[in-house]
Every structure is written in C-alpha cells, then in structure tokens.
Design a protein around this ligand. Structure first.
Ligand SMILES: Cc1ncc(COP(=O)(O)O)c(C=O)c1O
Length: 348
C-alpha cells in the first residue's frame, strides 16, 4: 500500500469518515453548557425520534459502541447459567473478544450457517435441554440484521424466529449494527423489522451509517429495561457528554439520512458485485447474495497482494481465498469502477 493509501477503500464501513450532515449536527450542539449524562433536551428529542421509528413504548439507551451495545443488551436479559444462541459468524461470537461471555457469564451456542442467517430448524434441537440442570438454559436467540455475510432476514424469517423463541420462553436479540442497510434492502420501516416482527432487544447502529460513534440499545418491552441504567454505567458505557451522540441520532433519524446513506451503500455494493461478475474468465465469483453493503467474493490467492497494494480490504476466508468488500455512505461509482479496472488488469 502506498504511504498515503487510497482515499477510500473497501475494508469496512467503519473505515469511512463521518457524514457531513452529522459533522454539522455535532457542531450545532457545541455551544454552551447542558446537563451531562443524558439529562438534556437534545437527548430527549433523540429518544422521541426513536419512539417515532420503533414504537411509542420503547426504552432507549445510547452507548459508545457496538460491542458494548450487544454485550450490555444481552446482560440485561440473561442470567449466567443461561445461553445465547447465535450464528457462528456473529459479531458477538467472533469479533467481541469474548465480551458477551465475560460480562453476561452466558455460554454462546454458535451454529453454522451458510449465509450468516439462523433458521428455526437449527434451533429446534436445542430446546430439549430446558429444565435439565446439567445444561445451560437457552434464553436468547441473537441474530444480526443485516448479517455479517451481507445477507438480510426477510420479515417472514424474522417473525418465524421470534415466534419460535417466544414459544420456548426465549427472547430475540438483534445486532442491528447495519439495521438501516437491512431496512433499505427490504424497503421496510425500522418498526416493521423490529417491533412488528417480535424483536425484544436491539442494538441499533449509527457508526456504520455515518456517525462518528454511538449506538443505541432499544428495549421493546420496557420491563426488560428496568435495570439497564445501572448495567450501562457499571458496564462503562454511560457517555458523559451525551448530547453529542444524541445530536447525531437526531440528525440520522429526523429526516431520511439513515435510509439515504444505507440505500446508497447498498446500491454501491450491488454495483461492485455486478461489475466483478463481469470480469472476464470467470476468475471472480461471488459467494453470498448482495443484500446489504457487503460483497463476498473468491479472488484467486495470487492476485490478492497486488490488489491490496492499492486497496485495503480483508481476506475473509484464507481457506477458499474469499475476500470481503464493504461499501459505505461515501463510496462513489468512480471508486467502484477504478477498483474493478484494477481487478481486471491484475487477473488478466
Ligand atoms: C455486526 C456487527 N455488530 C457490531 C459491531 C460493532 O462493533 P464495535 O464494538 O466495533 O462498534 C460491528 C462492527 O464491525 C459489526 O460488524
């Protein structure tokens, strides 16, 4: 990679900068003093917007990051002898350094899936342990929407998992670090794919959708949120200068910024996928449906170092030489065409 590196790359939507409208929102609230820790008007307005989008009874808590949102959200609804069922590819399973296990005390039961999505048939065999003191007791099904593999659960799939969970005295947790991308893909409102589908607790992502940092833990049943203010503080996720997270969420959710940015990132990913598929000789093949802002593709091993000299991206699976290419709110068509032109020249 050159010293300066490319202006934009495909490694992660976290590698993108902050959306200019969010920068402006932060600037606009950077005047005077307001009460710290969330007892301010900006936070009250942001919470109101969450209630508009997710349902009037939701309880919302802002935290610094996604790992904290997942870990603390799960902690609020579990006991240490219980278990959280998730996909093997789930961020909580592979990318949170064991934080969910450490802070909840729960075992994660990670199930293999071809596309990052859990299916009810996989959950069914796990419930026979209920009531058996020798086994951890499954209490939560945790899914990612969109998934870490760039796929999206349909509304029917969400409802089926929620129905199964509730029928078995379990709760449905959603890691929605990319919920906006999923909603954009499904052309659905945020409520339709959460409250209406039977979700109990949600981590709602802001960072990947153009915020500087900040995520929200949303409880659809206020009773589940009863102890969360203590859990958040003890879990070191109570932001003192809360107004700066709140102002970002206010800007994201007051108009269509959340959907506009996610729709754009998804469209760029589809364009990237289409262009990669056109590379002659069948040298590049997609491994997953492109339903959000990520593209997964097999690129022959010998070409990857050459591409990585100019563009930063991750090899997802060394075993099959699969790479992950992520698009963001600021990815442009030119970025895609320049990258694909390099791919064409490299694999020729
Ligand atoms: C699916 C998913 N969940 C949660 C997160 C949040 O992680 P962080 O703790 O880095 O904000 C990420 C970030 O990559 C993610 O991809």
């Amino acid at each position: 990679m050159s010293k300066k590196g490319p202006r934009r790359s495909f490694a992660s939507d976290n590698n993108a900068g902050v959306h200019p409208e969010i920068v402006e929102a932060i600037r606009a609230v950077n005047e005077g003093h307001v009460i710290a820790y969330g007892d301010d008007d900006i936070t009250a307005r942001a919470v109101k917007l969450f209630r508009k989008h997710f349902g009037k009874d939701v309880e919302v808590f802002f935290v610094f990051g996604g790992t904290g949102a997942n870990t603390l959200g799960l902690k609020a609804i579990t006991k240490p002898y219980q278990a959280v069922i998730c996909a093997e590819t789930a961020h909580i399973n592979v990318d949170e350094c064991g934080a969910p296990e450490k802070f909840t005390g729960c075992k994660l039961i990670a199930l293999q899936t071809p596309d990052g999505k859990l299916r009810v048939e996989q959950l069914e065999p796990l419930v026979h342990v209920f009531g058996n003191e020798h086994h951890v007791q499954p209490r939560v099904v945790s899914i990612s929407q969109a998934t870490e593999m760039g796929t999206v659960y349909s509304k029917q799939e969400l409802k089926a998992i929620a129905k199964f969970a509730h029928a078995n005295n379990m709760l449905l947790h959603v890691d929605g670090a990319r919920l906006a991308n999923a909603a954009a893909n499904l052309n659905a409102s945020l409520k339709e794919i959460t409250a209406d589908a039977g979700v109990d607790v949600l981590s709602f992502g802001g960072t990947k959708n153009g915020m500087i940092y900040g995520e929200a833990v949303v409880f659809f049943d206020p009773k589940l949120a009863r102890d969360f203010k203590y859990i958040r503080k003890q879990g070191m996720h109570l932001p003192s200068k809360m107004r700066f997270i709140s102002a970002q969420f206010e800007t994201l959710l007051s108009g269509d910024l959340w959907r506009r940015s996610a729709t754009h990132a998804n469209r760029m990913a589809r364009l990237l996928a289409t262009e990669l598929e056109k590379v002659p000789g069948g040298k590049i093949s997609l491994t997953q449906k492109v339903e959000a802002n990520g593209v997964f593709a097999v690129v022959p091993k010998q070409f990857i170092p050459q591409l990585q000299k100019k563009y930063f991206f991750y090899v997802w699976s060394e075993a099959i030489s699969e790479v992950r290419l992520m698009c963001s709110f600021d990815t442009t068509e030119e970025d895609i065409h320049e990258f694909v032109a390099l791919v064409r020249r490299t694999v020729k």
